[in-house]
Design a protein around this ligand. Structure first.
Ligand code: NI
Length: 255
């Protein structure tokens, strides 16, 4: 390297002697073009209407294990979708900023996990708006999607929610077994192209399940994507509920 520096200085000297206008000689060296590595969780360029995709989703956080989960997802190069509770957001704003920076999707799981089918119109509207506001204040993004607590929904209530409702087709039962191995086994038993897997980042065992689950899914040829990426080729409508990508692509990846 010193040799190159020396010769480039010599080159500049020559140029100036020749009275050429070579403004770069006096300018400090330009920093190298943006060589920052891509975010480790950035999704691969895939088309889920062709490729076999699945979405890992995490509910009820952010919580004390969320940072560890973000570490695991980064290590696995797996983007996730976080259905956060508005009331938890001000406690862990940094986790939300990290989600955005690392290519994950933030979505709403209402403010305080209220059963929307047992709520008034005013309560539902408040659950939606206060959560969106909390997410925006913490991370500067507006969530596109909402997952109703308990998966409880119905046409009358859904009409009051101006966002697509996202459910799941694979319930890992992580909250019930609190066992990483069982969580992985259940997920792998039930997963298929277009699946949405339900997990919870408020349980340590769920976070522990992620490295194995992500690597096994990749071994089987799945692309791990956010929910919005999963449905990229379809139009998600407000007030409509979706539990998996219908007629998904099935082309397996070579990871
Ligand atoms: Ni929940």
């Amino acid at each position: 390297m010193p040799v190159r520096l020396k010769s480039s200085r010599a080159l500049c000297g020559l140029a100036m002697a020749a009275a050429l206008l070579l403004s770069s000689c006096s300018a400090p060296a330009q920093p190298a073009a943006d060589t920052a590595p891509e975010s480790p969780a950035a999704p691969a360029p895939v088309d889920c209407s062709v490729d076999a995709c699945v979405a890992l989703t995490f509910d009820d956080g952010p919580g004390k294990y969320t940072d560890r989960l973000l570490d695991e997802l980064a290590e696995a190069q797996a983007p996730g979708t976080f259905f956060v509770l508005g009331k938890n957001v001000p406690k862990f704003p940094e986790a939300l900023r990290r989600m955005v920076a690392e290519g994950h999707e933030i979505a709403s799981h209402t403010y305080d996990h209220r059963d929307l089918t047992k709520s008034t119109r005013e309560q539902i509207e408040r659950e939606v708006s206060t959560t969106n506001k909390a997410i925006d204040e913490a991370a500067g993004v507006t969530p596109r999607l909402l997952r109703p607590p308990y998966g409880a929904h119905g046409v009358v209530y859904d009409r009051l929610i101006p966002m697509p409702l996202v459910l799941w087709d694979v319930d890992t039962l992580d909250w019930k077994t609190l066992d990483a191995k069982k969580t992985v086994a259940t997920a792998l038993d039930e997963v298929k192209p277009g699946s949405i897997l339900l997990m919870h980042d408020i349980h340590e065992s769920s976070v522990q399940a992620v490295p194995k689950l992500a690597s096994k899914l990749k071994e089987r040829g799945y692309h791990l994507v956010t929910v919005s990426k999963l449905f990229e080729s379809r139009e998600l409508k407000p007030s409509k509920a979706y539990s998996r990508l219908e007629n998904p692509g099935t082309k397996l990846a070579e990871h």
